[in-house]
Design a protein around this ligand. Structure first.
Ligand SMILES: *Cc1c(COP(=O)(O)O)cnc(C)c1O
Length: 375
């Protein structure tokens, strides 16, 4: 049996019950697709531990790819990228705490600015260091999460431009429904372009960015010369019709820990919501919601993949284990590898059955799940 072997000094091995195989070659392929679709300049979004794929490893894998920025959620993630020896510029996607700004200035990370107050503090800190800090102007064209609202923007922009130790090198906004509402999104692109024109035109900004993965795949970039893909780099398209172009990066795996024959009328798992109606061969699998597999798929007809077959999960997913009907697959034995999601079981299918989005499934994979990398 091919096992992922972890050696421990006292006892020989303790193979993990659940692990994620991460294909860095597939990541590079998806990056290439992003560039072919939009153009060279990309901000690779690596927030939340690179969507659960491992921040340091993904940042190192992309470091040589001439990425314009890494997009992170907070200063902690920025520090981890630098500690991993990666020098790519860092862009902070959300608001920063006032206490963090000294470090941001000192280390030349790039914040987005949503208020005059933030800008004034950054300007003062940059002056104290004797530098001009590059910042991006965030504008709110419909997301409602950050940025300046369009009202009286030229006036505020003029105020910002008077801050001598800030260089407003970019302007960005965000798309709340590029994968749900095409008409609204088209209007947003138009509004963003109009704002750029109003603030001095495309020549005024080195970087203009609006698109996440769905924006990049589904819309004409117009004036935008930078996009901020996250999900598509990890192999999942938020828009239908593009999935075939992308390569699977993460395959979540586990193993069969037990195979047992249960009689008809036997309950399976908590709440006994599933009861066998015939003699049933049941495999117990070593993964559960404690690993981040969504308990919400219980009873929704989700499958796993064992020995080339789709096989259904029975009853509720428990914390560390779940049960699968292997009656139709007599060759399944203890120790068999199980694909929980990956090339054969699309993660989008699991997300839909759990009534959530792929972003949440990826970022919900817990630290107990060993990440293994292949290049
Ligand atoms: C997370 C995020 C992205 C990436 O979105 P995907 O849909 O994963 O491509 C882009 N821009 C901002 C501001 C984000 O917060």
């Amino acid at each position: 049996m091919a096992r992922v072997v972890l050696v421990n000094d006292t006892f020989p091995v303790s193979p993990p019950r659940a692990w994620a195989e991460i294909d860095l070659g597939a990541l590079q392929q998806n990056l290439t697709i992003a560039r072919q679709t939009h153009g060279e300049a990309l901000m690779a979004v690596v927030k939340a531990g690179a969507y659960g794929h491992g921040l340091e490893e993904i940042a190192r894998a992309l470091a040589a790819e001439n990425i314009a920025f890494f997009g992170v959620a907070n200063v902690g993630e920025a520090r981890r990228i630098r500690s991993a020896g990666v020098e790519t510029r860092i862009y902070l996607l959300g608001a920063t705490w006032s206490e963090e700004r000294e470090e941001i200035v000192a280390r030349d990370w790039t914040p987005c600015i949503s208020s005059i107050d933030e800008a004034v503090q950054f300007n003062r800190l940059a002056a104290a260091c004797g530098k001009r800090l590059k910042v991006h102007l965030a504008v709110d064209t419909g997301m409602g999460r950050g940025g300046f609202v369009a009202d009286r923007l030229p006036e505020k922009f003029a105020q910002l431009e008077r801050l001598e130790n800030l260089e407003i090198e970019g302007i960005g906004s965000h798309l709340p429904s590029a994968d749900e509402d095409e008409e609204f999104t088209r209007r947003q692109f138009k509004q963003f372009h109009a704002i750029i024109q109003e603030l001095g035109g495309a020549a005024r900004f080195k970087w203009m960015h609006l698109s996440n993965s769905a924006g990049l795949l589904g819309y004409d970039p117009g004036l935008c010369n930078l996009s901020r893909p996250g999900l598509m780099l990890y192999g999942v398209s938020p828009l239908p019709g593009f999935q075939e172009k992308l390569a699977t990066v993460m395959t979540l795996k586990s193993r069969v820990t037990l195979v047992r024959d249960l009689p008809a009328g036997h309950g399976i798992s908590y709440g006994r919501q599933f009861v066998t109606t015939r003699p049933t061969r049941v495999a117990t699998i070593g993964i559960g919601y404690g690993d981040g597999y969504p308990r919400h798929v219980s009873g929704k007809g989700a499958d796993v993949w064992i020995r080339g077959r789709r096989l259904p999960i029975l009853g509720r997913v428990t914390m560390d284990q779940m049960m699968v009907d292997v009656t139709a697959a007599e060759d399944v034995i203890e120790g068999d590898e199980v694909e929980i999601f990956g090339p054969n079981i699309p993660v989008a299918e699991i997300a839909a059955k759990a009534d959530t989005v792929v972003w949440e499934i990826f970022t919900g994979i817990t630290p107990r799940v060993l990440r293994c990398y292949r290049s």
